[in-house]
Design a protein around this ligand. Structure first.
Ligand code: CMP
Length: 138
């Protein structure tokens, strides 16, 4: 059993598709074992995306991620990191497969509706960034 962090970004929350996204996870047999809605500060967004701090899009990304509330979730299931990434589709929605969340709802490479951890080590860091062990109920 594996765990991953999923974020519904400010564009996804503004589009009122929280339920639609969770439905896709549950339909795929993925379990939501923790969830909260929050509005990140600039510092919190910068800490979360610290691996991207040298990238040209870092300022724009952290501005976007603090522009409105987000929903953070811990997802659990067999091979859930890869499964979630398949459901999300490619970072750039133009390259995302038909029927993926980003293909259906993203509007540009930055406003791409969802985030998902890309490996077990990043999942561990990202889950701990948002949730204490007491808040995760499997
Ligand atoms: P995410 O999976 O959350 O990881 C980093 C985010 O940076 C990415 O989704 C996009 O929202 C954003 N981003 C903006 N521009 C780029 C880019 N050129 N390449 C990758 N990610 C980008």
């Amino acid at each position: 059993m594996e765990r991953t962090l999923s974020l519904i970004k400010p564009d996804g929350v503004a589009k009122n598709i929280i339920g639609e996204i969770i439905k896709r996870f549950e339909t795929a047999g993925i379990k939501v074992v923790a969830m909260k809605k929050l509005h990140l500060s600039q510092k919190q967004a910068e800490g979360f995306y610290a691996v991207h701090k040298e990238r040209p899009f870092f300022k724009s990304l952290t501005d976007f991620m603090t522009s409105g509330p987000i929903v953070a979730m811990v997802l659990e299931g067999d091979d859930v990191i890869a499964k979630n990434r398949k459901l999300m589709g490619a970072t750039n929605f133009k390259n995302a497969e038909e029927g993926t969340i980003r293909r259906d709802y993203a509007t540009d490479i930055e406003k791409n509706v969802v985030h998902g951890s890309d490996a077990p080590e990043t999942a561990a860091f990202e889950i701990a960034y948002f949730f204490s062990t007491m808040e995760i109920v499997g």
